[in-house]
Write a protein that binds this ligand. Structure first.
Ligand code: PLP
Ligand code: COI
Length: 343
């Protein structure tokens, strides 16, 4: 495709897959220096030393942000500043030059603006933004490498789960852990995702959509899915597992807590959640940039399946989803200053 023709994309058949776009942002930083500069370059494959730190020792972190076309005709980013802060935490944790959140947001904005034709029409998906930081210099001994590459790559996307917001069929996984106490579960490190691939493939082969992981110490408390946080609702109280060091602090999770308590007046608790709490909930749903707010309809634990809310999306999940999506698309007044127009 020539760079000055509009992309020919069937917006209604987008799933959560890669569609190549016009450009990507790239910047490099040596260890001990600060992130600065960087350019937009045509989207293409990249070349990398086979000894790169990211390839051999998993020195890589990433983020997920979305841009939407709004009801006001804007292209907006949702809480990218929070992704910048989490990227600062993740880079520090994996011994990379700490990302500056303002530098991060600026690079995200530049990339979205340059790829604006790839932001799906209002109500028909979003532009998924994937900022990554990789250790790209060669290294042989186990050690942080000497140079890092920050890239912002983007792709128009539709729903993460192929059946959209149909309630999920999940398995409480008692064979594998996603993350360990005092490990890197609270950083958006690539290693967390390689750890979850095998259990995910097993769960899918058994007919499940995803796993719910338990805490690795006692195998008693619910942590999260491989790709999203989890909430339960019962007796007027909305609960999500407290951030214990091995759970990823989701930006959607924090937004859902705030929408539920400040707008909907629901009591919200960040607390320990047992498997019994999970299975006896009136509603269960998961949250994330990719999954938004997706209901959970069936949960299997130790071979026994429990149906949640008759395998239907419950009223609380529905209200919260509508409110969140409404704010993201500028259909509802944004009382929190979460939405940033970039056009
Ligand atoms: N937990 C994991 C393991 C994730 O990969 C994600 C996705 O980013 C989340 C939770 C949700 O985080 P957020 O709402 O910031 O997208
Ligand atoms: C996101 O929701 O942005 C994620 O990063 C989850 C998954 C696609 C890895």
């Amino acid at each position: 495709m020539s760079l000055d023709t509009k992309p020919n994309i069937d917006w209604d058949s987008l799933g959560f897959n890669v569609t190549e776009t016009k450009s990507m942002f790239r910047s490099t930083c040596a260890i001990g220096e600060k992130w600065s500069g960087g350019d937009l370059i045509p989207y293409s494959d990249i070349s990398l030393s086979p000894f790169a730190g990211v390839l051999n020792y998993g020195q890589g972190v990433f983020e997920g942000v979305k841009a939407f076309r709004s009801s006001k005709g804007n292209v907006v980013l949702f809480r990218a500043d929070m992704n910048g802060k989490r990227m600062a935490f993740s880079t520090r944790r994996i011994c990379m030059p700490e990302m500056d959140p303002d530098f991060f947001v600026d690079a995200v904005i530049k990339t979205v603006k340059d790829n604006i034709d790839y932001v799906p029409p209002y109500g028909r998906g979003s532009l998924y933004i994937r900022p990554v930081v990789w250790g790209t210099a060669p290294i042989l001994g186990v050690s942080p490498t000497s140079e890092y590459t920050f890239m912002v790559i983007v792709s128009p996307v539709g729903p993460y789960f192929k059946e959209g917001i149909k309630p999920l069929n999940l398995k409480v996984n008692t064979d594998y852990h996603r993350a360990a106490p005092k490990g890197i579960g609270n950083a958006k490190a690539i290693g967390n995702y390689s750890a979850s691939l095998f259990p995910l493939m097993e769960a899918k082969a058994e007919g499940f959509d995803e796993n719910i992981y338990l805490d690795a110490k006692d195998e008693k408390f619910v942590e999260e899915l491989g790709s999203a946080n989890v909430f339960i609702y019962k007796d007027g109280v909305l609960k999500t597992p407290a951030l214990n060091g091995s759970i990823l602090g989701g930006i959607t999770r924090q937004s859902v807590c705030q929408v539920a308590s400040d707008i909907l007046g629901i009591t919200v608790k960040e607390t320990e959640i047992t498997v019994d709490d999970l299975l006896s909930a009136e509603e269960v749903f998961c949250t994330g940039t990719a999954v938004v707010v997706t209901p959970v309809g069936r949960i299997t634990y130790q071979g026994k399946t429990t149906e949640i809310n008759q395998n239907q999306m419950g009223p609380i999940a529905k209200k919260i989803r509508e409110m969140l999506v409404g704010i993201q698309r500028e259909e509802i007044e944004d009382p929190f200053g979460w939405v940033l127009p970039v056009n």
